[in-house]
Design a protein around this ligand. Structure first.
Ligand code: RIB
Ligand code: CA
Length: 306
């Protein structure tokens, strides 16, 4: 059993990851923190509350940073996740409210209270994590692991030819996090582009889980339509669920130890590059995956949902 907090910009694959965590018997989900990326932070917080209510989970949601560490603010594109974050599903006002504590302070406190046990799974831009590292010199010591959905080592980018979206949306924050070294695991496009789900998969999920699986199936229609325009994949990538599964089942991933730095300017801004300065500890970069095993774990666990 792992103690987990997901930092999220929900987001269709974020919703899949959060419902997976809700269904996984080996995960004790302690809360969600929210960040801009697929949507603005206010919409991310609204959507996070809505997902937990749909899954009948009473857990804290802490509202995160609304702008990147150093880059100018940007307006999220609706192209991949829709203007409200869940494809064509209309916005819904949740009953609950976020906690008063902002995300970075919530993460600092939870890491302290669960010293050596808390696994952090950021599946959006890394602003909240970087702020926690900058505010608390013990934060990296206190957390057990930071398993990031983000980056790309040899696969190229998805928002530019060089950069993956989560890193691109706050490269300065990502560089702070990758400097944290050995506790960091990077689950990037090198592996997530190999874990794909099709319309048939989501129909099967909805057949076994009419409520939550049905919600994911509806969202996936929009997500699959975007992927069809990319013309490279037979289905859509399970980016965020892969990162959550890497938290509990690291044996399904082949990891390479290398120090990473993030390009913070120029043509390659947002690229995750091997650091050759000798000044950084190696992180674990996922370069291989048993994609069938990850996908079947995802489908099996989601089928348990109502
Ligand atoms: O590049 C994929 C990542 O960007 C995923 O986390 C997706 O939800 C978006 O945030
Ligand atoms: Ca995400």
């Amino acid at each position: 059993m792992i103690k987990l907090i997901i930092d999220t910009d929900p987001g269709i694959d974020d919703a899949m990851a959060i419902f997976y965590a809700a269904a996984a018997p080996d995960i004790e989900l302690l809360g969600l923190t929210t960040i801009f990326g697929n949507v603005t932070t206010p919409i991310a917080t609204r959507n996070a509350l809505r997902l937990l209510e749909a899954a009948d989970l009473s857990l804290p949601v802490a509202h995160g940073a609304e702008v990147p560490l150093a880059m100018p603010p940007f307006s999220p594109s609706a192209q991949v996740h829709g203007s409200e974050g869940f494809g064509d599903i209309p916005a819904e006002i949740p009953k609950g409210r976020p906690v008063a504590e902002e995300a970075a302070d919530f993460l600092i406190r939870m890491a302290r209270e669960h010293k050596g046990e808390l696994v952090l799974c950021p599946i959006g831009p890394l602003t909240n994590i970087a702020l926690a590292i900058q505010r608390d010199p013990d934060f990296v010591t206190n957390v057990k692991r930071i398993v990031i959905m983000g980056g790309s080592f040899e696969e190229g980018g998805n928002i530019t030819p060089h950069a993956e979206a989560n890193i691109y949306h706050d490269p300065h924050a990502a560089d702070v996090v990758f400097a944290a070294g050995s506790k960091v695991v990077m689950v990037g496009l090198d592996v997530t582009h190999r874990i794909l789900c099709t319309q048939e998969d989501f129909s099967a999920i909805a057949g076994q889980s009419p409520e939550l699986g049905g919600m994911l199936q509806k969202m996936s229609e929009f997500y699959l339509a975007f992927y069809a325009t990319v013309g490279k994949f037979d289905g859509c990538s399970l980016h965020d669920p892969a990162a959550v599964i890497a938290c509990t089942n690291p044996e399904l991933f082949e990891m390479r130890k290398t120090p990473i730095r993030v390009a913070c300017e120029g043509e390659e801004i947002g690229a995750t590059l091997a650091d050759t300065t000798g000044s950084r500890q190696a992180v674990s970069v996922c370069m291989g995956v048993d994609s069938d095993a990850v996908k079947s774990l995802f489908l099996k666990r989601l089928a348990l949902l109502p």
